[in-house]
Design a protein around this ligand. Structure first.
Ligand code: GSH
Length: 215
């Protein structure tokens, strides 16, 4: 397996997208050469015919690596970890792999329905049932807080793509009006990810930053 691509990976991204941020974290932590291609969400460029050629749902993130196009953040994390990472980012043994997959599933489920939904409601004015989003988020955070009581990381107690996939929308949950203070173990885990080599934060957003983004 190559440890680096021959030419920089093209990374189609939007700066305030947690799905993009998780990919950017892995690109940085693996020290891979990449070129960011910002997608102009203000002008809905994600739904342009050209972009739909590489992303059929019209969403970021997408990467193009030596002509290979991959869309969907979980698919990209798995690809990069398998191709350029050592076994630590996505363990090869069945138990380790299943622990990572479990959190990738949560990142596409409760994280999207809870903290992400609440954040994009307040920041981008995307409609949602806020009470339900807060409820999903607080149930998720309570489960994670207990799970993390004796752990530093989510899967096999090692930094893996599971942590990167879960990080951004939880760290930015306060932008959706969700307080993280009742979850000290969860906050400690956020700090562990932030202390990792190559970490860079997603920019903070404020309420009403960008109304009607996804209309
Ligand atoms: N399942 C996808 C979801 C990606 C996603 O929801 N991307 C959002 C930004 S965070 C997007 O591009 N939204 C624009 C749109 O749907 O028009 C993934 O994991 O990559």
């Amino acid at each position: 397996m190559p440890t680096h691509p021959a030419t920089p990976i093209q990374f189609h991204t939007f700066a305030l997208s947690g799905h993009s941020h998780r990919v950017e974290l892995l690109l940085r932590m693996l020290e891979l050469p990449y070129t960011s291609v910002p997608v102009d969400f203000a002008n809905r460029a994600q739904k342009n015919a050209d972009f739909l050629q590489i992303s059929p749902f019209g969403q970021v993130p997408v990467i193009v690596d030596d002509g290979v196009v991959i869309w969907d953040s979980a698919a990209i994390l798995v690809y990069l970890a398998e191709k350029y990472g050592d076994g630590r980012w996505l363990p090869v043994d069945p138990h380790g792999k299943s622990e990572v997959q479990r959190w990738l599933s949560v990142a596409a489920g409760a994280v999207v329905k809870g903290p992400m939904a609440a954040r994009i409601n307040l920041v981008f004015n995307v409609p949602c049932d806020m009470a339900q989003a807060h409820d999903v988020a607080n149930t998720l955070f309570a489960v994670m807080d207990e799970y993390l009581q004796q752990r530093q990381y989510l899967a096999m107690n090692l930094l893996t793509i599971a942590d990167l996939a879960m990080y951004a929308y939880i760290a930015h949950a306060p932008e959706g009006g969700i307080d993280l203070a009742p979850y000290p173990n969860l906050m400690r885990w956020l700090g562990n990810v932030e202390a990792s080599r190559g970490f860079a934060p997603m920019p903070k957003s404020r309420t009403g930053l960008w109304a009607n983004l996804e209309e």
